[in-house]
Write a protein of this length. Sequence first.
Length: 108
Amino acid sequence: MPKLLIAVVHAQDAGQLVEALRGADLRVTEVLSRGGFLQARNAMLYIGVEDDQVATAMRLIEENCESRTESISAGPVGVFGEANWMPAEVMHGGATVFVVPLDEIRRF
């Protein structure tokens, strides 16, 4: 049964991932987006694959997407009037992949 992989990846990883997927003869459509806790730039990659191509696509996603640490202002710490804004580190990036079963894929 064919699958639709919907991969949400960091914008910095999208170009190299799209190139790797196309190099493996996988068809991919890239749509830029913004969201998540940090309102970071992302790319939504739509990849239509057959069952025997899922493992290849997932391996390429894992190899080409990395998590990042970013410092953000977490909020005030201290008593009212003497608050300091303490930075916090958050992890973001990498990839989130949704695997959706399809009845069929038609290419025209």
